[in-house]
Every structure is written in C-alpha cells, then in structure tokens.
Design a binder for this molecule. Sequence first.
Ligand SMILES: [Zn+2]
Length: 236
Amino acid sequence: MVQYSGIQVSEYLTDTYAETVKTKIIASGERDGTGWVAVERSLFHPQGGGQPADRGRLDEHEVLPVRDHDLGLITLSSADGTALPALADGDTVVTRIDLGLRLLHAALHTAGHLVEAVVRSHGWTTVGNNHFPGQARVEFQTGSPDPRLADPEGREAVTGELREAIARAIEADLPVGAGHDGDGRRLIRLGDIHTAPCGGTHVRSLGELAHVTLPALRVKKGRIKVSYSAEHRAAS
Ligand SMILES: [Zn+2]
C-alpha cells in the first residue's frame, strides 16, 4: 500500500482557467510497470463523468492524469512512454495543463448541460451523456413521447425548437456556477434553468460557447439521442 502525506486539492473544480501551478509531490508509485506521481494541487481533470482527461506537463514531461480509486488520488503518468524522473515526496514541481484542450472540454461539458436544460419542457429524463470531442451527446427517455418524434420531419421540428432555446440561453449569457448541496455533493447551475450534480469543468457563462450545433435528434430503442458539438469562443 502506498503511503502519502498531505491532502490533494482538485483545483480544476475551483478554476477551469488555471493553467499552471507550482506544487509538491505527495505520493509516487508504480502501476502496470509504469511510474506515477501525485501532486498536492491538481489542475488535471482525469477521465470520468463523460469528460475526457486533461493533457499537460509536469516540469518538461508530458503527463496524463488517471484517477486511482483505491488511493483516492489523481495520479500523473508519462503520456509519451518516456519515464518520469525519480521524484520524492516534498519535491517541488511545476505543472501545466493544455489550456486549449481544457477549454474545449469545458465548452462541450457545459453545452451538454445546456442540452439537458432546454429539453426540460419536454419532460425527458437524462439516461446517459458523453462529452468527448466528435462524439458528444446526451441521451434521454420519456414516458410520454412527443408524437412528432415518430417521423423525420417531426424530429427536425423538435430539434429546431431545441436549437432556438439553446441560442436564446447563449445570447442571454447565463452565468454558470458551482456550489454544494447539504450532502456535500457538488452542483452545477446554469442561470435558473438547470441544476445537476457534476464533477466536471465548465465555462463561466454561456456566452463563452461558440458554434453549438445540433444535428437532427435520433430515436433508437426508446432512447432519444441528442448529439451536439461546441467550441470555446476563445478558439473560434
Ligand atoms: Zn458538468
């Protein structure tokens, strides 16, 4: 069992835009023959909750974050196959995330919440989501399907309504905030139109979203699949 001292702080939860931090090693070990380290202040979001992992650097080494559920730590391993240097607990390192990739992930994740927000009037229940670039979608089920979902023209009409509601929310530049409920769960909030438990990264306000597009929704095996794409305005 790996011993470690100090508490790891997941700084990506408090600041989506923090790009670099000087911090210290609090643990190190080996998994499947590959060395890893854990830092005290983690800017790195590991893959999870439908959001891909951040990429970035520890000093000059490219690293990939992985959540170690047994240890309860986000660990950093070499991303390019080269070994990390031997680092001891207490050593100081500089970590840096790929901010462009982070902002893309945050835009896609926030746009997924926005899709959930605008279907609320339809009474659909979220049953799955994926915020990966190129495959982002939210899947829903409903007990009382809109009869328009039965044919392509109707599905296009419903999708058109979702597109308009999304455009209005972005135009209104609704604020995106995070807080905690009475049980300590982190909640994400889009203005007053959406609240959901979430451990991902998000933009500050919906006006930061660009190029949010929805192809016509699909219905498969009783599931309504709303695919989408989105970018951060800084990249467009
Ligand atoms: Zn989220």
